[in-house]
Design a protein around this ligand. Structure first.
Ligand SMILES: [Cu+2]
Length: 147
């Protein structure tokens, strides 16, 4: 028997479709905030740490793999020597994550840690999220980057 959508299905389907389209459009066309914080050094979300992110080699370009350092101190400015740091990120406007799985590979002393395996495969607005855990507690920080 062929399927004919009932009036009820159509009445239900249209708002769902409109809603889904609206959500998708809102998600993918989200514009870059005019007040986007491009600071590479900032306090973490709950204020437990001060984190500074820096590329090992500049300029940072689209394409190649590169390394970064993150410098970590507690809120009073004392270097954090041992921490577990995970790296995530992506492009908020495109709804995708990082093309690679960068990771902190080692501590390089004085509260500095090496992040290897970072790559950006498109130009535009990227976010880099760090989740930090140490004896001082767990906290997160998000850096914005325009490429
Ligand atoms: Cu993208």
């Amino acid at each position: 028997m062929p399927y004919f959508p009932t009036r009820r299905a159509i009445l239900f389907g249209i708002p769902v479709l409109v809603l889904a389209t609206g959500v998708a459009a809102g998600f993918f066309s989200r514009s870059v905030p005019s007040d986007l914080d491009l600071a590479m050094s900032k306090a973490t979300a709950s204020g437990l740490y001060l984190a500074a992110l820096a590329p090992v080699t500049e300029p940072v370009t689209v394409g190649p793999m590169h390394s970064w350092t993150v410098s970590l101190t507690d809120a009073a400015g004392a270097p954090i020597e041992a921490a577990s740091i995970s790296v995530d990120g992506g492009m908020p406007q495109h709804g995708h994550g990082l093309p690679t799985a960068p990771a902190v590979t080692r501590s390089i002393g004085k509260g500095q840690f090496l992040i290897e395996g970072m790559k950006f495969n498109m130009s535009g607005w990227w976010v880099i999220d760090l989740s930090i855990d140490s004896a001082a507690g767990a906290d997160t920080v998000t850096f914005n980057l325009m490429l």
